[in-house]
Design a protein around this ligand. Sequence first.
Ligand SMILES: *[C@@H]1O[C@H](CO)[C@@H](O)[C@H](O)[C@H]1NC(C)=O
Length: 230
Amino acid sequence: MTGIMYILILLSLPFATVTGQSTDGSVCRDKIDNCATYGQTTCQKFQQWAQQNCRAFCQFCVAPPTTPVPCVDQLGNCQDYGATVCQNPLYAPWVMENCRYHCRQCSDDQLAIVDSKTTPPPCVDQINNCSRYGQVTCMNAKYKRWAQTNCRYFCRFCTQEQLLIADSKTTTTTTLATPLKPCADKIPHCDVYNDDVCTNEKYRSWAEENCPVYCMLCSTSGFVTIPPRK
Ligand SMILES: *[C@@H]1O[C@H](CO)[C@@H](O)[C@H](O)[C@H]1NC(C)=O
């Protein structure tokens, strides 16, 4: 009974005292209820729209304290989507719904807590010849799982922090031990081959090895990273 009374009293209080007020006297709250799904970037990028619709979420006014959205991934395989999905604004609502932590779309405080509890797998390759399988293995859906277990570092599936540490340790040794293969055609007349040789997945490793320039498979950082041309 007392509980019901309490709720009734709360309900009868003027709304503003419960929700807090901004300086101009209007209630500081969002016009739409899914501002979080658009992410914090929306607040700056589409400021005018955000001023209209997500004032509280974007902290354009002082809102009453709210419980933050938990900093978790709803999907178990956010890693599979890589980092691109986190940067593409088209996916922002999906990211906020499914891979908040993976894409680091939480407050700094939340991230610090979750980071301290999460131990990512070590940033190492389980086999010593990942590079022989090529970047293709990291990107091809068929091999990705295998690569996540075996070539985590080579495929750069590690967290940003891990990569910073791993890179600082390996840059010099890697350059000494296994210099990056210069991107050059091994055979003099790649153009005698049918174009198929560059585009067909079947010939990919042969093309990487023998005609990377002709097949436009070189990247600035060393060897093959760009997908085959259509
Ligand atoms: C990588 O090394 C393993 C074990 O030594 C070997 O079986 C495999 O064929 C190698 N892969 C390539 C692509 O060279």
